[in-house]
Design a binder for this molecule. Structure first.
Ligand code: SF4
Length: 903
């Protein structure tokens, strides 16, 4: 196709205009989906509706395309969560698409591993080499020695990775987010609240596009909102950040619990700069205060939670029988104050029974307490003063914050911060307990909702039914940490340990797709040392990262502007549409399908089954889609075939869908439904309750005990028990590296990390526009500490932990408490071709811990809340760019649109 090359100056001009348009909130009414809107002198500009994927918020985008080249991006006001806004990450999409250092063609390593020397090969060769290696490895060492991973960045159709692994017969794939982000919250809310999985209201994370109530500020009675370990203005500026500013403008009071003064903390009514790693102590203090001052929702607690149930002191489970009573289905024992005896409480309630909420009762010679009593006792030590002492806070401020939260309707949103230390499950449980005892459930103004769920249009089934029981037992780390079973994933450190020790077996082949595993995994030096010993590594991504330097095959993935996929937002369905295509990049979904087909052709039975419409069957398991749907999802040959499968449930082809999108799947008024638990189930004639074993909110988490003992409800098979029972209530333990312990003598500062508005996970560090704004990672340090360690503003500093030493630039600020420092993850693509490969200079994950202690449920290790020391350095690391002019080399280069890659 002929086109006029855009000059760099023009590009920068377009970017600036786009930024202004987004800020000004220009309204584009009545646009056609793909239409010519602007006749230029000799060419036509089309405006195409698509969705950003520079982070996971999927904001609506209008892409201006001329002669196949993207010339401008702006926000699509139709998208209900971003309403026409686009953040800096989204606006940098053009620089990402036309980056001169894109992975353009499949490449094969020619030098020694780590030398970063490559030769171009065809897709056919790349797929053949990879499939051959996989099959050889399976035949020689077992399918479990092949493992895969995914992570932030790009446009993954997420279940593609576990789907391939299940078909191939390996139980081992992981994502740092399995143990370190996301799962602690989603599993906890699934087990305790029992919302509807896959519906955007089943937990309290704003960053994960839950909490839909906040996006309609004119239409919610919400009075207060707590943001605990989350900074929506950083993690999803155009969606969550925009919604919050609208809520604040309408008088919603906010509390922010965050060690650093983020934009959201700066605007909060109360900011609690908590010591990193102590969140459950503060949550227990909130619970104690709420119970003591009877601020909880008594009716909801009595009738819709399991807190009045009696607990068996031996099994630790809610009691369902004693010598005088045997409960029927749906019944649990309570202590009836009228008869002074244990009585079965039928679902949902029996007015003839007067259950005791608290207390201890003698039943069959044992002292049985109510679940509420156990919760109260657990929280008892955590007075405001005690929590203030542990968390380095002011008790009066804690009390002020609780009172704001108690002003209902309210909500408490939990972010990734608390998922990144070994108390991950405890923090998520603390958050769930707070929301549930406050009755912040499915009422107008609450975060937890079951609005009408969307049709299943984007997720392919993960084929977990194809993985045998024997192979599942070999999953690394998953018998001990069964929370990972919600995603059917392995624990990253267990994989690392197996590579290092060969026990219980040695993983040998790694297929990875993400922004830079050496910048996201804890203790990166350990990983870099270990991966040298692997037999074969494939890396697929849009551009090379530090990890690529260690790969054998490097594959070019499509950027989001080259990718199609259905997108769900609130009550609407959108179409992410490829607006162009460059070089030989391939959609990742197609890659996994082609690899499975290659393995099938080489005789792999599981892959053959996954390609056969009649055989791609198996028990679906929770989260795996239903078995009928799996029949209709055999592996595909083309992207269009895949996309047609995705939207088949709504009776359209992809082309029809994309032409019509956005589509409302439910009218707004009907979609936003409240109090679903009270709706009468026509089958039983009773309220439908919640999706838990008791159909009540299980504030006492005996489902955690069942999970640890059996793997249920997430496993397709009953598994051996973990070495100890999971705790059914939130708990606090002092962090392993504690400022109160002996290590503090040499490493006196507690470090935390946290998102910036310019980057998503470890992506986009190669974007000139973003690096000009934020060129190198800052270490935030309080003026008192800065003085003590002789550091001035903007000084280059060394930051050291027991595991390594890196460089950062000092930001002296009272936005971080004394004794605490903050630094975000980073890597330096500009030193990719040096011996450091960009991951060693300024990467906080050189400092983090990947070893024990782990969270028992999820295997979470310590990415935040460990100890470091800071000292003055003489200058920046060699080769690191930090002046705006340094980044010129990465400005977009002209590129003809190309045909889709074929293989
Ligand atoms: S918040 Fe920014 S990066 Fe994320 S989807 Fe929206 S525009 Fe893209």
């Amino acid at each position: 196709m002929e086109h006029k090359n855009i000059k760099r100056r023009d590009f920068l001009k377009a970017t600036a205009i786009t930024g202004a348009a987004a800020l000004g909130g220009i309204a584009y009414k009545g646009l056609t989906n793909i239409g010519s809107v602007n006749a230029q002198s000799e060419s036509i500009t089309q405006v195409i509706k698509t969705n950003c994927r520079a982070c996971i918020a999927n904001c609506g985008v209008l892409v201006h395309v001329r002669n196949g080249r993207v010339i401008k991006l702006e926000g699509n006001p139709e998208y209900p969560m971003s309403r026409g806004a686009l953040c800096a990450k989204g606006l940098s999409g053009i620089q990402a698409l036309y980056h001169p250092n894109r992975n353009k063609y499949p490449m094969q390593r020619v030098g020694a591993r780590g030398e970063n020397k490559w030769k171009r090969i065809s897709w056919n060769e790349a797929l053949d080499i990879t499939a051959q290696k996989l099959m050889e490895t399976r035949d020689k060492y077992g399918a479990e020695t092949v493992f895969a991973s995914t992570g932030g960045g790009g446009n993954p159709q997420f279940p593609s990775i576990p789907r391939f692994c299940n078909a191939f017969g390996t139980p081992n794939w992981f994502e740092p987010g399995c143990a370190q982000c996301y799962l602690p919250r989603t599993v906890t809310f699934a087990l305790m609240y029992g919302g509807q999985m896959g519906c955007q209201g089943s937990d309290t994370s704003i960053a994960d596009s839950q909490c839909l109530e906040i996006y309609f500020p004119d239409d919610t009675p919400m009075k207060s909102l707590v943001m605990w370990g989350t900074a929506p203005s950083n993690n999803s500026p155009s969606g969550g950040g925009r919604a919050l500013s609208d809520l604040r403008a309408r008088g919603v009071r906010t509390v922010v619990v965050d060690p650093r003064l983020t934009a959201d903390a700066a605007k909060a009514d109360v900011w609690l700069p908590i010591r990193p790693g102590t969140d459950p102590a503060l949550m227990l203090a909130w619970i104690r205060y709420i119970i003591e001052h009877k601020l909880y929702d008594e009716e909801f607690v009595m009738k819709w939670t399991n807190l009045p149930f009696l607990v068996d002191p031996e099994s630790k489970m809610c009691l369902r029988k004693c010598s005088t009573v045997q409960c029927k289905d749906g019944e649990y024992l309570v202590w009836d104050q009228k008869t002074r005896s244990p009585q079965p409480m039928p679902f949902p309630w029996n007015d003839r029974i007067d259950p005791a909420l608290e207390g201890s009762y003698e039943i069959d010679g044992r002292t049985c307490k109510t679940a509420f009593q156990l919760l109260k006792e657990r929280a008892e030590p955590y007075t405001l003063e005690k929590a203030a002492e542990i968390c380095w806070l002011d008790p009066a401020k804690i009390e002020e914050a609780i009172k704001i939260y108690a002003d209902r309707p309210s909500g408490c949103s939990l972010g990734v911060a608390t998922d990144q230390n070994p108390l991950s499950a405890q923090s998520a449980m603390g958050n769930a307990v707070l929301e549930l005892i406050m009755g912040n459930v499915e009422r107008p103004g609450s975060l937890l909702q079951r609005f009408v769920s969307p049709p299943q249009i984007a997720d392919v089934p993960d084929l977990r039914g194809l993985l045998s029981y024997e192979q599942l037992l070999k999953r690394l780390g998953a018998i001990e940490h069964k929370g990972l079973l919600q995603w059917w994933a392995a624990q990253p450190t267990a994989v690392l340990d197996a590579i290092k020790t060969g026990k219980p077996y040695k993983p040998r082949v790694w297929i990875e797709r993400s922004g830079n595993k050496l910048a996201t995994l804890g203790n990166a030096s350990e990983w870099a040392a270990a991966i040298g010993g692997l037999d074969f590594i494939v890396h697929m991504y849009m551009y090379p990262t530090s990890f690529s330097a260690y790969a054998d095959i490097l594959l070019p993935a499509t950027e989001w502007l080259e990718t199609d996929l259905p997108v769900i937002s609130a009550n609407m369905l959108f179409a992410r549409q490829a607006v162009t295509h460059t070089y030989e990049t391939m959609n990742e979904t197609l890659f996994w399908s082609k690899l499975a087909k290659r393995c099938a052709a080489l005789g792999h039975e599981g892959c053959q089954a996954a390609c056969d419409p009649k055989r791609a069957l198996g028990p679906a398991g929770p989260g795996g889609g239903d078995a009928n749907q799996m029949v209709s999802f055999p592996y595909w040959d083309t992207e269009e075939e895949f996309l047609n499968l995705c939207v088949s449930g709504i009776g359209m082809t992809w082309k029809e869908f994309a032409a019509k999108a956005p589509i409302e799947f439910a009218p707004y008024g009907e979609w936003k439904r409240y109090y679903v638990y009270k709706q009468i189930d026509p089958k039983t004639g009773k309220p439908q309750g919640f999706s838990t074993a008791s159909k009540k909110c299980e504030v006492y988490g005996d489902a955690f005990i069942t999970l640890g003992r059996t793997g249920m409800p997430f496993s397709t098979y009953e598994l051996p028990p973990a070495s100890k029972d999971y705790d059914p209530l939130p708990n606090f333990e002092e962090p392993h590296e504690s400022p109160t312990g002996p290590l503090a003598k040499d490493y006196p500062l507690v470090i935390t990390s946290g998102r910036l508005p310019y980057y998503h996970h470890t992506t986009l560090r190669n974007i000139p526009y973003l690096r000009s704004i934020y060129p190198v990672p800052e270490i935030w340090i309080n003026p008192v500490d800065a003085k003590k360690y002789g550091i001035a503003h903007q000084d280059w500093t060394w930051v050291e932990s027991l595991r390594g030493k890196i460089t950062a630039r000092a930001r002296i600020t009272e936005g971080i408490a004394k004794g605490v420092v903050y630094m975000e993850r980073f890597w330096n693509p500009e030193t990719l071709n040096t011996p450091t490969h960009g991951w060693r200079e300024m990467n906080i994950n050189v400092l983090t811990k990947q070893d024990a202690p782990y969270n028992d449920v999820f295997g979470t290790y310590t990415l935040r809340g460990f100890l470091v020391r800071v000292s003055k350095a003489s200058g920046p690391p060699k080769g690191v760019w930090y002046k705006p002019e340094d980044f010129k080399e990465w400005l977009p280069e002209p590129s003809d649109p190309t045909k889709q890659a074929e293989a």
